[in-house]
Structures are given as structure tokens and as C-alpha cells.
Design a protein around this ligand. Structure first.
Ligand code: SIN
Length: 360
């Protein structure tokens, strides 16, 4: 190699080296998503007397900052900040808290500096809150409802890992547009389909017959399907101006029923009744007089089933066309109640409400 070629090569190397240095300097460090954690209470914020107390503990005592500080790993996967919406055991959930929560979620999700939301919640009514939000949140950004079956003070507490993974999920691009999700026990469910199925174990959340949306493997959320029923931005429900929701009660059917519960809730002012019927949503003969009296006062009747699986067939076990009933599809009674409440904010026409039950 002569002197001139050597010099040219040296200049070329220097140029390549500087180019590489400039490229590396320009490369941004990976940006963490901004996730808001809204706390409502529950076992995930609970406290037990001993490390083996997994029943008989006190739910809803730790504030949101304590939940966040208890999982320092959160800072590695997201920029997190918390807000306390309520501090209750979820059997005490109310319309007031739901509306406050939903309005705050909608407000936060309009902000460019919020990429997703995690809601910590008691497991008892978690499925109801998740379905309510699934119908009223107006954004494609991920919203994840999370809880735990064991308080943080217990051996093998599940809340910390659930919160960590819920936060990853809320910041995941794959979770955008999937509606409101529920994340416990490494499993991702749709807020519409999920229900609590076991009183006291960590694998309690299931979507009977339909199955989960996906799972966690390590720190990665893997999806296998997406919800087909309309949700979030595709629904007709708007809670912006609402300060309460129409009263809807659930009436359970059982052998030797008399219809007295239907009379009672009608008298108490119900605008809708979800009838948790036997089998395929059957209504007892003795209940019909009370039901027809309720309808004369404008009460809308949805036929659901106490069975927990399957579709309530229209005009199957009852003549829905003749009696102006709404068939509840495969929603369990507590979820049918959520949809009926929201439906009644738009109409009391049973045909319109039936359309909503097939769509949502
Ligand atoms: C609750 O629902 O608040 C208590 C039970 C639980 O969170 O597991």
C-alpha cells in the first residue's frame, strides 16, 4: 500500500468513526410510557394481622403512594404517578364512585402526557367496574383494572406482581384498542367477559366459555384475540353530564318463589329489573303478575340466567316478543345490570335495549 492510499484509508476510517459517534449520540434513550395509577381500595390495598392471614384481613387501608412505593420495579417500566379515587372494599362500590372514576379516566386520557391507566380495585365487584368502564371510556388508550386475592402483608401476596404487570400492560402498544382489560394472575381478560369464579384463590378470574385475551410471559403481554363486542369509543354511552344512574335491581329466581322481590324493587323505584332466571332464563308462573305490574309502571325487564354460562335465547323459555322482555345474551346478571343502567340513560324502549344487548 502506497502512502497516498494509506492516507485515504485513514481519512475514510476517521469519517466512519465520526459518523458512528454522531449516530450513537443522536439515539434517544428508550422512552418509558406515562401511566396513571388510580386507586379505589380493595385487598390489593389491604392489611392482615399476620403473614398467614389470607382471610379476615382489612381491605382498603394502604394509600396509592404506598402501593406504588411497595413496587420499586414500576419505575423501570413506566413513569408512574398515583391518585386516590376512593378507599373502599369493593362490595361498597357505588354509582357515585363509578361516575367519578370514569370521568377522571376520560379526562386523563385526553392528555398527551398520559399513555395508559391502571385502576387498583377490590376483586368482589371488579368485573362490574371493568364492564362499566368498557362501555363509557372514550379512548383507545389502555385501561387496566387490577386487584389481588391476598393482602400485601400475606405470604405469597399477589398484588405487587399484578400491579407491576398491569402497569406494563397499560403502557403496551399491543393493548391499544382492546377496551378495558383486567389483569390478575398473569392473565389478561376483557372487562366484558371476565367474572370472579372462586371465593378465595388467586386463579379466580375467568371468562367462562370465551377465555382470556392473552397472558403474560415474563414481562411481556402476549395477546391471542381481541374483543368483538363494541366498547369504549364505539359505544353510544356518554356519562359526561350524569350525576347518577337509573336504578336497576337484580331479582333471583328459585324454587317456591312468590314474586315478592319483584314487587319490592318496583315499589323501591327500580327503572329496570334484571331477572336472574333458572336454566335458560326461565321466569316462574307466579312471577308474571308482579312483572306485568312492574311493566305497567315503565320498568324494563331483562331476562338473564343464574347459571353462569351460555346465552339466554330470545323467545326461548319466555315469549319475549309478547311480554316485551329483553333477552340478556351471555351477560351474567351483574353485568346485565350495568348495561341496562346505561341503556336506560338513552331509552326505555325494550326493542332498542335488546339491540344494545346484542351489540355490547
Ligand atoms: C374487595 O373486593 O374489596 C375485597 C376482596 C378483594 O379485593 O379481594
Amino acid at each position: 500500500m502506497n502512502r497516498k492510499t494509506y492516507l485515504l484509508l485513514a481519512i475514510l476510517c476517521l469519517f466512519m468513526f465520526s459518523l458512528q459517534a454522531v449516530c450513537f449520540a443522536a439515539e434517544e434513550p428508550a422512552q418509558l410510557p406515562n401511566i396513571k395509577i388510580l386507586a379505589t381500595g380493595g385487598t390489593i390495598a389491604g392489611s392482615g394481622a399476620t403473614s398467614t392471614t389470607t382471610v379476615g384481613y382489612t381491605a382498603a387501608v394502604a394509600p396509592v403512594d404506598a402501593l406504588i412505593n411497595n413496587v420499586p420495579e414500576l419505575k423501570k417500566v413506566a413513569n408512574v404517578s398515583g391518585e386516590q379515587i376512593s378507599q373502599i372494599a369493593s362490595e361498597n362500590m357505588t354509582n357515585e364512585v363509578w361516575l367519578k372514576l370514569a370521568k377522571r379516566v376520560n379526562q386523563l386520557l385526553t392528555q398527551d402526557d398520559v399513555d395508559g391507566i391502571v385502576i387498583t380495585h377490590g376483586t368482589d365487584t371488579l368485573e362490574e367496574t371493568a364492564y362499566f368502564l368498557n362501555l363509557v371510556v372514550k379512548s383507545d388508550k389502555p385501561v387496566v383494572v387490577v386487584g389481588s386475592m391476598r393482602p400485601p402483608t400475606a405470604m405469597s401476596a399477589d398484588g405487587m406482581l399484578n400491579l407491576y404487570r398491569a402497569t406494563i400492560l397499560a403502557g403496551s402498544k399491543d393493548a391499544v384498542g382492546k377496551g378495558v382489560m383486567v389483569m390478575l394472575n398473569d392473565t389478561i381478560h376483557s372487562g366484558r367477559d371476565v367474572t370472579k369464579t372462586i371465593t378465595d384463590r388467586v386463579d379466580t378470574f375467568r371468562a367462562p366459555e370465551i377465555g382470556p385475551l392473552g397472558f403474560f410471559t415474563g414481562d411481556k403481554a402476549v395477546f391471542y384475540r381481541a374483543p368483538l363486542r363494541k366498547h369504549t369509543t364505539a359505544t353510544e354511552f356518554d356519562i359526561t353530564k350524569l350525576s347518577d344512574l337509573p336504578r336497576v335491581d337484580i331479582v333471583y329466581h328459585y324454587a317456591n318463589n312468590t314474586g315478592v322481590m319483584i314487587e319490592a324493587v318496583t315499589k323501591a323505584g327500580a327503572k329496570g329489573i334484571v331477572h336472574a332466571g333458572t336454566g335458560n332464563g326461565s321466569i316462574g308462573k307466579v312471577e308474571y303478575p308482579a312483572i306485568e305490574a312492574a311493566q305497567k309502571q315503565g320498568v324494563v325487564i331483562v331476562r338473564s340466567a343464574r347459571v353462569g354460562n351460555g346465552i339466554v335465547a330470545r323467545n326461548g323459555e319466555a315469549d319475549d316478543d309478547k311480554y316485551n322482555f329483553v333477552a340478556g345474551d351471555n351477560l351474567n346478571p351483574q353485568k346485565a345490570r350495568i348495561l341496562l343502567m346505561l341503556a336506560l340513560t338513552k331509552t326505555s324502549n325494550p326493542q332498542d335495549i335488546q339491540r344494545m344487548f346484542w351489540e355490547y
